[in-house]
Design a protein around this ligand. Sequence first.
Ligand SMILES: [Zn+2]
Ligand SMILES: [Zn+2]
Length: 346
Amino acid sequence: MVKKYLLPENGQFYKANLHSHSTMSDGKMTPEQMKEEYQKRGYSVIAYTDHNVMVPHPELTDENFVALTGTEYDFDNETEENPYHLIPVCHICMIALDPDNVVQPCFTPTKYYDKVKAFNDPRYQVTYDESQPFYERSYTPECINDVIKKAREQGFFVTYNHPTWSLEGFSIYGKYEGMNAMEICNYGCVTEGYDEYNPWEYDELLRQGKQLYCIATDDNHNHYPIDGPRCDSFGGFTMIKADKLEYKAITDALVKGNFYASQGPEIYSLYVEDNKIHIKSSDAARIVVTTGLRHSYCFYPLEGDTINEAAFELRPDDIYVRITVFDKTGKPADTNAYFVEDLLGE
Ligand SMILES: [Zn+2]
Ligand SMILES: [Zn+2]
Protein backbone atom coordinates (compact mmCIF):
# COMPACT_ATOMS: atom_id res chain seq x y z
CA MET A 1 0.00 0.00 0.00
CA VAL A 2 1.22 3.47 -0.82
CA LYS A 3 1.47 6.05 1.86
CA LYS A 4 -1.54 8.34 1.89
CA TYR A 5 -0.65 11.73 3.32
CA LEU A 6 -3.41 13.32 5.39
CA LEU A 7 -1.28 16.43 5.68
CA PRO A 8 0.60 16.88 2.39
CA GLU A 9 4.12 15.46 2.23
CA ASN A 10 5.45 18.52 0.42
CA GLY A 11 5.00 22.21 0.98
CA GLN A 12 5.33 24.31 4.07
CA PHE A 13 3.22 25.06 7.12
CA TYR A 14 1.96 28.63 7.35
CA LYS A 15 0.61 29.93 10.65
CA ALA A 16 -2.81 31.54 10.30
CA ASN A 17 -5.40 33.42 12.32
CA LEU A 18 -8.67 32.80 10.49
CA HIS A 19 -10.98 35.05 12.55
CA SER A 20 -10.11 38.63 13.52
CA HIS A 21 -11.59 42.09 14.07
CA SER A 22 -9.89 45.35 13.21
CA THR A 23 -10.83 49.03 13.34
CA MET A 24 -13.08 48.28 10.34
CA SER A 25 -15.58 47.07 12.96
CA ASP A 26 -15.11 46.82 16.73
CA GLY A 27 -11.44 45.85 16.95
CA LYS A 28 -8.76 48.17 18.34
CA MET A 29 -5.92 47.44 15.91
CA THR A 30 -5.83 48.66 12.35
CA PRO A 31 -5.43 45.95 9.72
CA GLU A 32 -1.83 47.13 9.24
CA GLN A 33 -1.04 46.93 12.97
CA MET A 34 -2.53 43.48 13.11
CA LYS A 35 -0.33 42.32 10.27
CA GLU A 36 2.73 43.74 12.00
CA GLU A 37 2.02 42.19 15.42
CA TYR A 38 1.12 38.78 14.01
CA GLN A 39 4.10 38.69 11.66
CA LYS A 40 6.40 39.39 14.62
CA ARG A 41 5.09 36.19 16.16
CA GLY A 42 5.55 33.95 13.16
CA TYR A 43 2.19 34.28 11.42
CA SER A 44 1.93 34.42 7.62
CA VAL A 45 -1.85 34.57 7.15
CA ILE A 46 -4.71 36.59 8.65
CA ALA A 47 -8.34 36.38 7.59
CA TYR A 48 -9.82 39.84 8.21
CA THR A 49 -13.37 38.99 9.26
CA ASP A 50 -14.88 42.23 10.54
CA HIS A 51 -18.50 42.14 11.69
CA ASN A 52 -21.00 42.28 8.86
CA VAL A 53 -18.70 44.08 6.47
CA MET A 54 -16.24 42.55 4.06
CA VAL A 55 -13.28 44.81 3.41
CA PRO A 56 -10.55 43.36 1.19
CA HIS A 57 -6.99 44.31 2.14
CA PRO A 58 -4.98 43.41 -0.97
CA GLU A 59 -2.49 46.14 -0.07
CA LEU A 60 -1.33 44.00 2.88
CA THR A 61 -0.54 40.88 0.85
CA ASP A 62 3.12 40.52 -0.11
CA GLU A 63 5.66 37.71 -0.50
CA ASN A 64 5.68 37.09 3.27
CA PHE A 65 2.02 37.59 4.09
CA VAL A 66 -1.46 36.79 2.81
CA ALA A 67 -4.45 38.92 3.87
CA LEU A 68 -7.56 36.82 3.31
CA THR A 69 -10.81 38.67 2.60
CA GLY A 70 -13.63 37.78 4.95
CA THR A 71 -16.46 38.83 7.21
CA GLU A 72 -18.40 37.54 10.21
CA TYR A 73 -22.20 37.52 10.08
CA ASP A 74 -24.38 37.42 13.17
CA PHE A 75 -27.91 36.12 13.50
CA ASP A 76 -30.06 36.98 16.49
CA ASN A 77 -33.68 37.60 17.33
CA GLU A 78 -33.14 40.10 20.12
CA THR A 79 -36.29 41.82 21.36
CA GLU A 80 -37.19 43.77 24.46
CA GLU A 81 -38.63 40.64 26.09
CA ASN A 82 -35.61 38.60 24.98
CA PRO A 83 -32.54 40.68 25.81
CA TYR A 84 -29.27 39.89 24.09
CA HIS A 85 -27.47 38.30 27.05
CA LEU A 86 -30.21 35.66 27.45
CA ILE A 87 -30.73 34.46 23.90
CA PRO A 88 -28.81 32.02 21.72
CA VAL A 89 -27.26 33.61 18.64
CA CYS A 90 -25.30 32.29 15.68
CA HIS A 91 -22.10 33.67 14.16
CA ILE A 92 -20.46 32.40 11.00
CA CYS A 93 -17.36 33.58 9.18
CA MET A 94 -16.93 33.50 5.44
CA ILE A 95 -13.56 33.73 3.73
CA ALA A 96 -13.28 34.48 0.01
CA LEU A 97 -11.53 31.68 -1.88
CA ASP A 98 -10.40 34.08 -4.56
CA PRO A 99 -8.87 37.52 -3.95
CA ASP A 100 -11.05 38.92 -6.73
CA ASN A 101 -14.18 37.78 -4.97
CA VAL A 102 -15.13 41.02 -3.23
CA VAL A 103 -18.93 40.90 -3.46
CA GLN A 104 -20.52 40.34 -0.08
CA PRO A 105 -23.17 37.59 -0.04
CA CYS A 106 -26.60 38.18 1.55
CA PHE A 107 -25.87 41.77 2.48
CA THR A 108 -28.08 44.38 4.15
CA PRO A 109 -26.17 47.66 4.17
CA THR A 110 -28.82 49.76 5.89
CA LYS A 111 -29.35 47.42 8.79
CA TYR A 112 -25.70 47.30 9.75
CA TYR A 113 -24.72 50.87 8.93
CA ASP A 114 -23.92 51.91 12.47
CA LYS A 115 -21.54 49.03 13.08
CA VAL A 116 -19.76 49.45 9.82
CA LYS A 117 -17.15 52.16 10.01
CA ALA A 118 -15.55 51.11 6.76
CA PHE A 119 -18.76 51.63 4.83
CA ASN A 120 -18.44 55.39 4.56
CA ASP A 121 -14.69 55.46 4.22
CA PRO A 122 -13.69 55.86 0.55
CA ARG A 123 -10.30 54.29 1.26
CA TYR A 124 -11.97 50.93 1.65
CA GLN A 125 -13.95 48.95 -0.81
CA VAL A 126 -17.23 47.43 0.35
CA THR A 127 -19.02 45.75 -2.52
CA TYR A 128 -22.40 44.10 -2.69
CA ASP A 129 -24.81 43.20 -5.45
CA GLU A 130 -27.11 46.23 -5.68
CA SER A 131 -29.50 44.38 -7.99
CA GLN A 132 -30.36 42.00 -5.14
CA PRO A 133 -32.95 42.93 -2.51
CA PHE A 134 -31.53 43.57 0.94
CA TYR A 135 -31.15 40.29 2.72
CA GLU A 136 -33.08 40.08 5.99
CA ARG A 137 -31.24 37.77 8.35
CA SER A 138 -33.13 36.07 11.12
CA TYR A 139 -32.13 33.57 13.76
CA THR A 140 -33.62 30.41 12.28
CA PRO A 141 -31.82 27.30 10.97
CA GLU A 142 -33.50 27.89 7.59
CA CYS A 143 -32.07 31.39 7.24
CA ILE A 144 -28.65 30.43 8.57
CA ASN A 145 -28.47 27.43 6.23
CA ASP A 146 -29.55 29.62 3.33
CA VAL A 147 -26.73 32.08 4.01
CA ILE A 148 -24.20 29.24 4.35
CA LYS A 149 -25.40 27.75 1.07
CA LYS A 150 -25.31 31.05 -0.82
CA ALA A 151 -21.89 31.91 0.58
CA ARG A 152 -20.52 28.51 -0.48
CA GLU A 153 -22.04 28.93 -3.95
CA GLN A 154 -20.45 32.36 -4.23
CA GLY A 155 -17.00 30.97 -3.47
CA PHE A 156 -16.54 31.33 0.28
CA PHE A 157 -15.09 29.04 2.93
CA VAL A 158 -17.66 29.09 5.73
CA THR A 159 -16.97 28.44 9.41
CA TYR A 160 -19.30 27.97 12.36
CA ASN A 161 -18.06 29.99 15.33
CA HIS A 162 -17.90 29.77 19.13
CA PRO A 163 -20.99 27.65 20.04
CA THR A 164 -20.39 28.14 23.79
CA TRP A 165 -20.37 31.95 23.70
CA SER A 166 -23.40 31.76 21.39
CA LEU A 167 -25.32 29.66 23.96
CA GLU A 168 -26.03 27.12 21.24
CA GLY A 169 -26.39 23.45 22.12
CA PHE A 170 -26.50 20.45 19.83
CA SER A 171 -30.29 20.70 19.44
CA ILE A 172 -29.60 23.99 17.66
CA TYR A 173 -26.25 23.73 15.87
CA GLY A 174 -27.04 20.13 14.85
CA LYS A 175 -29.46 21.69 12.36
CA TYR A 176 -26.80 23.75 10.58
CA GLU A 177 -25.72 22.37 7.22
CA GLY A 178 -22.90 22.86 4.81
CA MET A 179 -20.23 24.77 6.72
CA ASN A 180 -16.65 23.88 5.78
CA ALA A 181 -15.36 23.98 9.34
CA MET A 182 -16.15 24.85 12.95
CA GLU A 183 -14.06 26.55 15.59
CA ILE A 184 -12.69 23.85 17.87
CA CYS A 185 -11.09 26.76 19.72
CA ASN A 186 -11.97 30.42 19.81
CA TYR A 187 -9.27 31.97 21.98
CA GLY A 188 -10.92 35.39 22.28
CA CYS A 189 -13.91 33.76 23.96
CA VAL A 190 -11.55 31.77 26.22
CA THR A 191 -9.96 35.04 27.43
CA GLU A 192 -13.44 36.33 28.27
CA GLY A 193 -14.17 33.33 30.47
CA TYR A 194 -16.02 30.97 28.11
CA ASP A 195 -15.09 27.32 27.77
CA GLU A 196 -14.50 27.70 24.06
CA TYR A 197 -12.45 24.60 23.40
CA ASN A 198 -15.09 22.54 21.62
CA PRO A 199 -13.92 18.98 20.89
CA TRP A 200 -17.22 17.58 22.17
CA GLU A 201 -19.29 19.83 19.92
CA TYR A 202 -17.09 18.84 16.98
CA ASP A 203 -17.66 15.14 17.76
CA GLU A 204 -21.40 15.63 17.97
CA LEU A 205 -21.50 17.02 14.44
CA LEU A 206 -19.13 14.36 13.08
CA ARG A 207 -21.06 11.53 14.70
CA GLN A 208 -24.10 12.81 12.87
CA GLY A 209 -22.20 12.22 9.63
CA LYS A 210 -21.41 15.88 8.95
CA GLN A 211 -18.04 16.10 7.25
CA LEU A 212 -16.44 19.30 8.41
CA TYR A 213 -13.01 20.47 9.43
CA CYS A 214 -11.90 22.15 12.64
CA ILE A 215 -9.93 25.37 13.04
CA ALA A 216 -8.54 27.29 16.00
CA THR A 217 -8.80 31.06 15.87
CA ASP A 218 -8.21 34.16 17.98
CA ASP A 219 -11.32 36.19 17.15
CA ASN A 220 -9.17 39.00 18.51
CA HIS A 221 -10.53 42.48 19.21
CA ASN A 222 -7.44 43.70 21.14
CA HIS A 223 -9.19 45.80 23.74
CA TYR A 224 -6.41 44.88 26.20
CA PRO A 225 -2.64 45.35 25.95
CA ILE A 226 -1.00 43.01 23.47
CA ASP A 227 1.60 41.74 25.96
CA GLY A 228 -0.76 41.51 28.96
CA PRO A 229 -2.64 38.54 30.39
CA ARG A 230 -5.99 39.53 28.84
CA CYS A 231 -4.64 39.80 25.30
CA ASP A 232 -6.95 37.88 22.98
CA SER A 233 -4.36 37.37 20.23
CA PHE A 234 -1.94 34.48 19.53
CA GLY A 235 -3.77 31.76 21.49
CA GLY A 236 -5.60 29.79 18.78
CA PHE A 237 -4.09 29.25 15.36
CA THR A 238 -4.42 27.09 12.28
CA MET A 239 -1.34 25.63 10.59
CA ILE A 240 -1.99 25.47 6.86
CA LYS A 241 0.25 23.32 4.66
CA ALA A 242 0.56 24.72 1.15
CA ASP A 243 3.00 24.74 -1.75
CA LYS A 244 3.56 28.45 -1.49
CA LEU A 245 2.45 31.54 0.35
CA GLU A 246 -0.04 32.88 -2.16
CA TYR A 247 -3.71 33.68 -1.72
CA LYS A 248 -5.06 30.85 -3.89
CA ALA A 249 -2.56 28.28 -2.59
CA ILE A 250 -3.72 29.06 0.96
CA THR A 251 -7.44 28.88 0.20
CA ASP A 252 -6.97 25.69 -1.88
CA ALA A 253 -5.33 24.14 1.19
CA LEU A 254 -8.28 25.29 3.32
CA VAL A 255 -10.81 23.68 0.99
CA LYS A 256 -8.82 20.43 0.89
CA GLY A 257 -8.41 20.32 4.67
CA ASN A 258 -4.62 20.54 4.54
CA PHE A 259 -4.28 22.02 8.02
CA TYR A 260 -4.61 21.38 11.73
CA ALA A 261 -5.82 23.51 14.64
CA SER A 262 -3.61 24.31 17.61
CA GLN A 263 -3.29 26.18 20.87
CA GLY A 264 0.41 25.31 21.20
CA PRO A 265 1.79 21.96 19.99
CA GLU A 266 2.91 21.33 16.42
CA ILE A 267 2.07 18.40 14.19
CA TYR A 268 4.85 17.60 11.73
CA SER A 269 3.37 14.73 9.73
CA LEU A 270 0.26 12.63 9.43
CA TYR A 271 -0.20 9.73 7.05
CA VAL A 272 -1.81 6.32 6.60
CA GLU A 273 0.18 3.26 5.58
CA ASP A 274 -1.07 -0.34 5.63
CA ASN A 275 -4.24 0.73 7.42
CA LYS A 276 -2.22 2.35 10.16
CA ILE A 277 -2.18 6.07 10.95
CA HIS A 278 1.16 7.62 11.86
CA ILE A 279 1.55 10.99 13.52
CA LYS A 280 4.70 12.93 14.43
CA SER A 281 4.58 15.98 16.66
CA SER A 282 6.41 18.33 18.98
CA ASP A 283 6.96 17.09 22.57
CA ALA A 284 3.71 15.56 23.76
CA ALA A 285 2.57 14.52 27.24
CA ARG A 286 -0.07 12.36 25.56
CA ILE A 287 -1.54 11.70 22.14
CA VAL A 288 -5.25 10.94 22.05
CA VAL A 289 -7.18 9.15 19.31
CA THR A 290 -10.90 9.94 19.15
CA THR A 291 -13.09 7.68 17.02
CA GLY A 292 -16.63 8.92 17.48
CA LEU A 293 -17.50 5.69 19.28
CA ARG A 294 -16.61 4.24 22.69
CA HIS A 295 -13.28 3.33 21.24
CA SER A 296 -10.91 6.15 22.09
CA TYR A 297 -7.39 5.52 23.23
CA CYS A 298 -4.34 7.33 24.41
CA PHE A 299 -0.57 7.08 24.01
CA TYR A 300 1.61 8.06 26.98
CA PRO A 301 5.35 8.46 27.42
CA LEU A 302 7.25 6.92 30.31
CA GLU A 303 6.81 8.99 33.43
CA GLY A 304 8.37 12.44 33.19
CA ASP A 305 9.23 11.98 29.53
CA THR A 306 7.47 13.11 26.36
CA ILE A 307 6.62 11.36 23.10
CA ASN A 308 6.89 12.65 19.57
CA GLU A 309 5.00 10.05 17.58
CA ALA A 310 2.26 7.46 17.65
CA ALA A 311 0.92 4.86 15.23
CA PHE A 312 -2.32 2.95 15.43
CA GLU A 313 -4.43 0.53 13.42
CA LEU A 314 -7.61 1.78 11.76
CA ARG A 315 -10.69 -0.22 12.71
CA PRO A 316 -13.36 -0.71 10.04
CA ASP A 317 -16.17 -0.33 12.55
CA ASP A 318 -15.13 3.19 13.55
CA ILE A 319 -16.80 6.20 11.92
CA TYR A 320 -13.87 8.59 11.88
CA VAL A 321 -10.60 9.27 13.60
CA ARG A 322 -9.12 12.50 14.77
CA ILE A 323 -6.01 12.97 16.87
CA THR A 324 -5.19 15.42 19.64
CA VAL A 325 -1.64 16.11 20.78
CA PHE A 326 -1.40 17.55 24.31
CA ASP A 327 1.79 19.20 25.50
CA LYS A 328 3.01 19.22 29.12
CA THR A 329 1.02 22.35 29.92
CA GLY A 330 -2.20 20.73 28.68
CA LYS A 331 -2.45 22.72 25.46
CA PRO A 332 -3.88 20.73 22.55
CA ALA A 333 -3.30 20.53 18.79
CA ASP A 334 -6.19 18.94 16.90
CA THR A 335 -6.16 17.27 13.52
CA ASN A 336 -9.19 17.35 11.31
CA ALA A 337 -11.45 14.29 11.42
CA TYR A 338 -10.81 11.64 8.76
CA PHE A 339 -13.59 9.24 7.88
CA VAL A 340 -12.45 5.63 8.19
CA GLU A 341 -14.15 4.37 5.04
CA ASP A 342 -12.12 6.89 3.04
CA LEU A 343 -8.86 5.63 4.55
CA LEU A 344 -9.14 1.85 4.62
CA GLY A 345 -7.76 -0.57 2.07
CA GLU A 346 -6.15 1.73 -0.43
ZN1 LIG B 1 -18.57 36.00 16.79
ZN1 LIG C 1 -15.65 37.46 15.80
